[in-house]
Design a protein around this ligand. Structure first.
Ligand SMILES: [Zn+2]
Ligand SMILES: [Zn+2]
Ligand SMILES: [Zn+2]
Ligand SMILES: [Zn+2]
Length: 338
């Protein structure tokens, strides 16, 4: 049955996703092989392409024309001869989760963006040997997210049969190498870490090992640097359970106990409703921006904003409303309309 689908793909573009999916698994295999052979630059590039292709295959299940950067110019001929510009990874990440009505966990989104950034760097500069643990961590997390989607929310859409199932299992085995790499490094460092840092250790948000050193453990917000994978992040401590949380989480809920920070308003930098001040310092718990100036209410809807220019908000609204212009015309005002 799979072979039939592949053979007729040029006539039936809606079935071409099977080829893209197969290609994705090939890239993930090459990423794992390159990693174990210490060809780190290739590994980073292959992995990001594998991720991109799985997302593209899923998008093609909605409609193959969505693969085109300009879907209105899509045609089966252009799909089969490749003469088109395809959707970029950023838009792909945004689009695929909206269209498939699957909410992308903030950690997953951050991981996908990290993988994209690593590829952008790898395309221009050789990936240094010192980045090996960071790459291992990205691949373990990235594959973990993909596997959860393939076996969970996206399984029906992908029509997961024995063949695909087998490839998921195979791929999973391949990334054991990276997992082992990280835990071996942790085992070597463990004693030293506990001796040197004791109470300043927290779970790393990237490799999940108890190897992140908090710079100022007594403060509510601090920088954490992982001694195993090198992941560097701003962390905040939950008042209820003392658990460490990552800033850049687009959530104000503690990931350990679910307790939320009291939210004061919207952030003018990232537009999330995640500005709070549990320790008296007003900051966004999603993007980390610290605000010194007072909050401002939107003159139309009354929502509170930090670090946003609301001078024209009565007329044109804020990130949450369209102001009196939209109320009167039914249209959204946009400054960048051409
Ligand atoms: Zn780490
Ligand atoms: Zn908590
Ligand atoms: Zn923000
Ligand atoms: Zn408003």
């Amino acid at each position: 049955m799979t072979a039939d689908v592949a053979d007729t793909s040029h006539r039936a573009p809606q079935a071409a996703y099977r080829l893209v999916l197969a290609n994705a698994f090939d890239h993930l295999r090459k990423a794992a092989e390159a990693f174990s052979e210490s060809h780190l630059t290739y590994s980073v590039e292959y992995f990001a392409t594998g991720l991109e292709l799985i997302l593209k295959a899923r998008l093609m299940r909605e409609h193959w024309a969505l693969l085109f950067a300009e879907p209105h110019k899509a045609s089966p001929e252009r799909l089969s001869d490749g003469s088109f510009k395809s959707i970029g990874l950023d838009r792909l990440i945004e689009t695929v989760f909206v269209l498939t009505r699957v909410s992308l966990r903030p950690e997953a989104k951050a991981t996908f963006h990290e993988i994209r950034n690593a590829r952008n760097r790898a395309l221009h500069f050789h990936v240094e040997e010192s980045a090996i643990a960071a790459a291992a961590s990205q691949q373990v997390r990235g594959w973990g997210e993909l596997k959860a989607l393939l076996q969970g929310a996206w399984a029906d859409a992908f029509d997961i049969d024995d063949e695909v199932d087998e490839r998921v299992r195979e791929t999973d085995e391949r990334f054991h190498f990276q997992r082992d790499f990280l835990s071996k490094k942790y085992d070597q460092l463990k004693e030293h870490l506990e001796h040197a840092y004791g109470g300043r250790l927290a779970q790393c948000s990237s490799c999940r090992l108890q190897s992140a050193v908090l710079e100022r453990p007594d403060e509510h917000l601090t920088i954490a640097t992982c001694e195993v994978c090198g992941y560097n992040s701003d962390q905040w401590r939950c008042d209820s359970c003392n658990g460490e949380n990552l800033i850049s989480h687009s959530s104000v809920k503690c990931r350990h106990c679910g307790e939320a920070v009291a939210v004061l308003g919207f952030c003018g930098s990232c537009n999330d409703h995640t500005v709070g001040a549990p320790d008296g310092i007003t900051r966004c718990f999603s993007c980390g921006t610290v605000f010194i100036e007072q909050d401002d209410p939107c003159e139309w809807c009354g929502e509170l904003w930090f670090g946003s220019d609301l001078g024209e908000s009565y007329a044109f609204g804020c990130g949450e409303c369209g102001g009196s212009f939209e109320a009167a015309t039914g249209e959204t005002f946009s400054f960048d309309e051409d």
